[in-house]
Ligand binder design. Structure first.
Ligand SMILES: Nc1ncnc2c1ncn2[C@@H]1O[C@H](COP(=O)(O)OP(=O)(O)O)[C@@H](O)[C@H]1O
Ligand SMILES: [Mg+2]
Length: 438
C-alpha cells in the first residue's frame, strides 16, 4: 500500500498546561506540560484513565477551550478559536433529537456558509459513505446506538475534515457494533475514501488503541502528563489474536501500570499513599482469590486476567493499583503477581484477613494512618469528615477529595481501624470492633 505519510506536521501541541478553578478558588491542575505532534498519515491514540484530561485536551485542540499556557499549531497556524478542517466525534453522539438524520448531518455544514442544495448533496454523500443509506428521514430515537454513532461520524465527515478527533467514540456501543464501526472507519481511511489526513482518537480501551493506531500516547493522571509513547508497526487489517498484537497489548499494559517514579521536585505532587483508587474490599478479595487460584498460581498476564474476569481497563486498573499500594501484589512487565502477604490474605479466614489488611493499611496507606492519629488525639475520639475533606482538597478537586476519602473510610472500617457515622459524617473509635456488613 502506498504510504499516507508525508512527514508534514498536521498538529503540534507544545507544553500545554490547563487548570480549572475549584470552588474554593484554588487551581486544579489537569494538564501539565503536554507536548505532542501528529503528522500527516498518522492515526494517534491518546490512552489514559478517566479523569486524566483527555477530553480537555481535545477541547483545547479543537479551539473549544483555551489552554492556560502552551501553544496549539494546526497546519502551522496558532489555534485561537474553532478551527476549519477539524471535526470531532463524541462518545454520547450529541445528536439533536428533533432533527432527522439528514438534518443532523447537514448541521455539520451550517457554519460553513454554503448554499442549501450543496449542503444537502454533501450530507447525502456522507450518509451514503458511512452506511446510513435509507435512514435519511429517521429520527435519532428510531435508531440503534450503532446507527446513531454512524450519524455522529457522518456529521463529522461531512465537513471533509483534515484532522478527525474522536472522544471515546466507540465506548458507548456494544462490543460487536463497536468492532464493525471501527472496521468501517479503518477501511474508509485506508482506501482514502475520506480526505482526512490524520486521526487523533481518545480511548481508555487498550485493545482498541492497538487495533487502530500507528502510535499510542499514554497520558498519566493528576496532573495529565505524557508518560510514554509506543509505535504500533502492524499492517491493517490487524488480527487481535496474532502473537505480535498480543505482545503490543502486553507492552501497553506494562507502560500503563508503571508507577510514576518519585515525582521529586514537583510541589503539587500528591503523596502516592494519598491517591487511593476506587477499590471495594470484596472486589480486591475476589481478584486476589482469582490470582491465587489454580489458573494463575499467583501470577497472571494482565490482558488475560482482564478478559477472564470480564473487567475492562477502567475496572481492573484501580484494583491493581490498590493491591500494589497495599503491597498485596506487584505489577511488572504486563503481569501481576501476588506478594507473600497477598497469598496469606487469601489463605486466611475472615477475621485473620481483617488483621492482615489492617496491618497493611497502617503500614502503607498514609491517609488511613493520618485519620486514625487525628481521631486518637481528639477529645472523645471523634472527628468530622469535613476536616479531612478540606485537607484532601489541597491535593485534589472537590469530587476527587470526596472519592478518595470514601475509599479510605471503606478500607478503614473494614480493617476496624475506625468507625464512621454515616448521617453525621463523623469518624470515631466507637464500636470499632463492630463488624460492618455494608
Ligand atoms: N469545565 C471544567 N471545570 C472544572 N473541572 C473540569 C472541567 N472539565 C474537566 N474538568 C476536570 O478535569 C479533569 C479531567 O477531565 P477530562 O478532560 O474530562 O478527563 P478524561 O476525558 O480523561 O476523562 C477532571 O478532574 C475533571 O473533573
Ligand atoms: Mg473524557
Amino acid at each position: 500500500m502506498e504510504t499516507l505519510h508525508t512527514g508534514i506536521d498536521l498538529l503540534t501541541l507544545t507544553n500545554i498546561r490547563k487548570s480549572f478553578k475549584k470552588s474554593g478558588g484554588e487551581e486544579h491542575l489537569v494538564l501539565d506540560g503536554v507536548s505532542l505532534t501528529i503528522k500527516e498519515g498518522e492515526i494517534v491514540a491518546l490512552l489514559g484513565r478517566s479523569g486524566s484530561g483527555k477530553s480537555t485536551l481535545l477541547r483545547i485542540i479543537s479551539g473549544l477551550a483555551q489552554p492556560g499556557s502552551g501553544t496549539v499549531l494546526y497546519g502551522g497556524k496558532a489555534v485561537t478559536g474553532p478551527v476549519k478542517g477539524l471535526a470531532m466525534v463524541f462518545q454520547t453522539f450529541a445528536l439533536f433529537p428533533w432533527f432527522t438524520v439528514l438534518e443532523n448531518v447537514e448541521l455539520g455544514l451550517d457554519a460553513m456558509g454554503i448554499h442549501h442544495a450543496e449542503q444537502r448533496r454533501r450530507a447525502l454523500a456522507a450518509i451514503d459513505l458511512i452506511g446510513l443509506d435509507g435512514f435519511e428521514s429517521a429520527y435519532p430515537k428510531e435508531l440503534s446506538g450503532g446507527m446513531r454513532q454512524r450519524v455522529g461520524f457522518a456529521r463529522a465527515l461531512v465537513v471533509e475534515p483534515t484532522l478527525l478527533l474522536m472522544d471515546e467514540a466507540f465506548s458507548a456501543l456494544d462490543v460487536l457494533t463497536a468492532e464493525t464501526l471501527r472496521t468501517d472507519l479503518i477501511e474508509l481511511w485506508l482506501e482514502r475514501r475520506i480526505p482526512t489526513k490524520g486521526i487523533l482518537l481518545v480511548s481508555h480501551n487498550i485493545e482498541e488503541a492497538v487495533l487502530l493506531a500507528d502510535r499510542i500516547v499514554i497520558l498519566g493522571t493528576n496532573p495529565g502528563t505524557i508518560l510514554a509513547e509506543i509505535t504500533i508497526p502492524l499492517a491493517h487489517p490487524r488480527d487481535r489474536e496474532a502473537p505480535t498484537f498480543r505482545q503490543l497489548v502486553d507492552k501497553v499494559y506494562e507502560l500503563m501500570t508503571k508507577r510514576p517514579r518519585n515525582a521529586a521536585g514537583k510541589s503539587e505532587a500528591v503523596p502516592l499513599s494519598y491517591r487511593l483508587p476506587t477499590a471495594p474490599i470484596n472486589q480486591l478479595a475476589g481478584l486476589m482469590e482469582a490470582l491465587a487460584g489454580e489458573i494463575y498460581n499467583g501470577r497472571a498476564d494482565l490482558p488475560e486476567l482482564a478478559d477472564q474476569m470480564g473487567f475492562g481497563v477502567e475496572e481492573l486498573f484501580p484494583l491493581l493499583e490498590a493491591l500494589e499500594i497495599l503491597a498485596f501484589a506487584r505489577t511488572e512487565g504486563g503481569d501481576v503477581e501476588l506478594t507473600p502477604a497477598g497469598q496469606s490474605y487469601v489463605n486466611a479466614d475472615i477475621l485473620q484477613r481483617k488483621v492482615i489488611f489492617a496491618e497493611h493499611l497502617i503500614r502503607h496507606v498514609a491517609l488511613a494512618t493520618h485519620i486514625r492519629h487525628v481521631i486518637d488525639e481528639r477529645p472523645g475520639n471523634r472527628a468530622k469528615e469535613d476536616r479531612f475533606l478540606r485537607e484532601l482538597e489541597d491535593f485534589f478537586s472537590e469530587d476527587e477529595a470526596e472519592r478518595v476519602l470514601q475509599v479510605a473510610i471503606e478500607w478503614g472500617r473494614y480493617a476496624e481501624h475506625f468507625a464512621y457515622e454515616e448521617g453525621a459524617g463523623i469518624l470515631s473509635l466507637e464500636n470499632p470492633g463492630k463488624i460492618d456488613n455494608g
